[in-house]
Ligand binder design. Sequence first.
Ligand code: GDP
Length: 217
Amino acid sequence: MQILVGKIPTNNLMTTYKKNNFFENCSFVKGVANIEGLEISNVPEIAFLGRSNVGKSTLLNAITKRSKLAHTSKTPGRTQELNFFSVIIDRPVMNIVDMPGYGFARASKKKIKEWTYLSKFYLQNRPNLRRVFLLIDSRHNIKASDKEIMNMLDECAVSYQIVLTKIDKIKNQDDVILKTKNSIQKFIAVHPEIHSTSSHKERGLEDLRNAISSMVE
Ligand code: GDP
């Protein structure tokens, strides 16, 4: 008689997750406004980060196929919070963190300082953080404020990957991808593959969903 012991192979688990519509099992957990509110977790985690207005909430809603998921937590005053979402399939299988947008034209020095303190603390103290998806508006390429964030991610040794947004707005997609590839070359912790997406036209979403769900153990 053969007794099967041990972990179910990852591939089988992933198939089950996909069958169960991974992202439809995602719900908002809480907003964290200060470092005291951060709870230790051993669940694989990914985070979304980008300049304000890059299309982060729209992309989160599009990949989860839930029209109000990210916007529900985007009420005034809460935008500086780290918003935690959890994918639960019998048990929590992944945390998704919506980090506050940066690069506000009119942000006060105090707000920028608060943003940097909380975000940097989070990035430096998150062993379960598998990857940060750094969103870049495909119309604007990588700006100085994005480069500052990339330097911060390099310093924190956090793996990150560029996701171009709003590609329906550009004509020369290949040129933009090439230009972006060239501008990320000197960064250390960046993943070389670039995702290009349009939430409005539902382009590149399935690839991004697969990249995210493949990070579940
Ligand atoms: P956030 O501040 O990064 O959360 O940005 P939002 O998700 O609120 O989006 C900012 C603006 O960009 C809104 O007017 C969206 O409708 C628009 N937007 C978001 N995604 C897309 C997209 O894929 N294509 C186009 N054309 N516009 C988009």
